[in-house]
Design a protein around this ligand. Structure first.
Ligand SMILES: Nc1ncnc2c1ncn2[C@@H]1O[C@H](COP(=O)(O)OP(=O)(O)OP(=O)(O)O)[C@@H](O)[C@H]1O
Ligand SMILES: CC(C)(CO)[C@@H](O)C(=O)NCCC(=O)O
Ligand SMILES: [K+]
Length: 255
């Protein structure tokens, strides 16, 4: 078995693979003050509850966009799983040609998403990941990673209204029945959800123009992908496990 770990700003997602099959996946909240021992206990317990054991883990691969947690998770792997993990970063074979000005600057999660998308779909492609930030990653017909766009995530946007406007409450991210809200909660939900769908459409339209690619497959992933995909025609497919798949593929390419 291999263990794939995606350290995001909100969640740490773990996937346990046997060959190409995802056997289990777990989601932990990203706690920047937690220690290697604390993560060890948590992950050990999750394994135990799923009837799997650290002894069966042959290798670990990690992608992280939270630098202070890398060492913590690496230490956890070495101490409890007894494996030196592979880190997605410089020196790792991804099979992608990164056209970012400084390839070291691209978030590892974005690279991993792009690798999975190129493997599973036909280029040219756009990957939209609805996480803490929403990222757009563009891959051309020659499988070159071109870059993309980064916008505030749905959670951040919703939280900002609550934090900065005294009379605006914290709301559930649910789709309202109408765009014309007749109470504060519905008005906020309408603005955030329909506005976000419009934003995605606008960015995808511009990407198509700039890439000169009228036919472009758009893949969405991340916790809130389904919610937004339901409100726009510009998303062709939702693939919730895209990041874990990408980690599994990169692990195999580096054996
Ligand atoms: N139902 C909801 N209501 C309000 N906020 C939500 C809801 N679901 C998710 N969020 C927020 O949306 C953001 C994205 O959540 P998601 O679970 O997609 O994160 P993620 O993919 O784990 O992100 P990352 O990889 O950046 O950690 C987070 O800030 C989260 O707190
Ligand atoms: C944009 C996020 C926060 C999305 O998780 C992450 O990919 C990141 O920190 N990226 C670094 C900046 C960049 O990709 O250009
Ligand atoms: K993510």
């Amino acid at each position: 078995m291999i263990l794939a770990v995606d350290i995001g700003n909100t969640n740490i997602v773990l996937g346990v693979y046997r060959k190409r099959e995802l056997l289990h996946h777990f989601r932990l909240s990203t706690a920047r003050q937690s220690t290697a021992d604390e993560y060890g206990v948590l992950i050990h317990n999750l394994f135990h509850m799923s009837n799997i054991s650290f002894k069966d883990v042959e290798g670990v691969i990690i992608s992280s966009v939270v630098p202070p947690l890398v060492q913590v998770i690496v230490e956890m792997c070495v101490r409890y799983i007894g494996k030196d993990p592979l880190l997605v970063g410089p020196g790792i074979k991804t099979g992608l040609n990164l056209r970012y000005e400084n390839p070291r600057e691209v978030g590892a999660d974005r690279i991993v998403n792009a690798v999975a998308a190129v493997e599973q779909y036909k280029c040219p492609l756009v990957v939209v990941d609805f996480g803490t930030a929403t990222t757009f990653d563009c891959i051309d017909a020659g499988a070159n990673y071109l870059g993309g766009a980064i916008v505030p995530g749905l959670g951040i946007s919703t939280e900002a209204l609550y934090q900065r406007a005294s009379k605006l409450p914290r709301i559930e991210l649910e789709k309202p029945k109408k765009v014309i809200g007749r109470n504060t909660v519905h008005a906020m939900q309408a603005g955030i959800i329909f506005g976000y769908a419009g934003q995605v459409e606008g960015i995808v339209r511009r990407i198509k123009q700039e890439m000169n690619a009228p036919v472009l497959k758009v893949i969405a992933t991340g916790g809130l992908a389904t919610l937004i995909a339901g409100e726009t025609d510009c998303i062709d497919e939702v693939n919730p496990m895209l990041t874990l798949e990408g980690l599994r593929i990169i692990y195999d390419r580096n054996q």
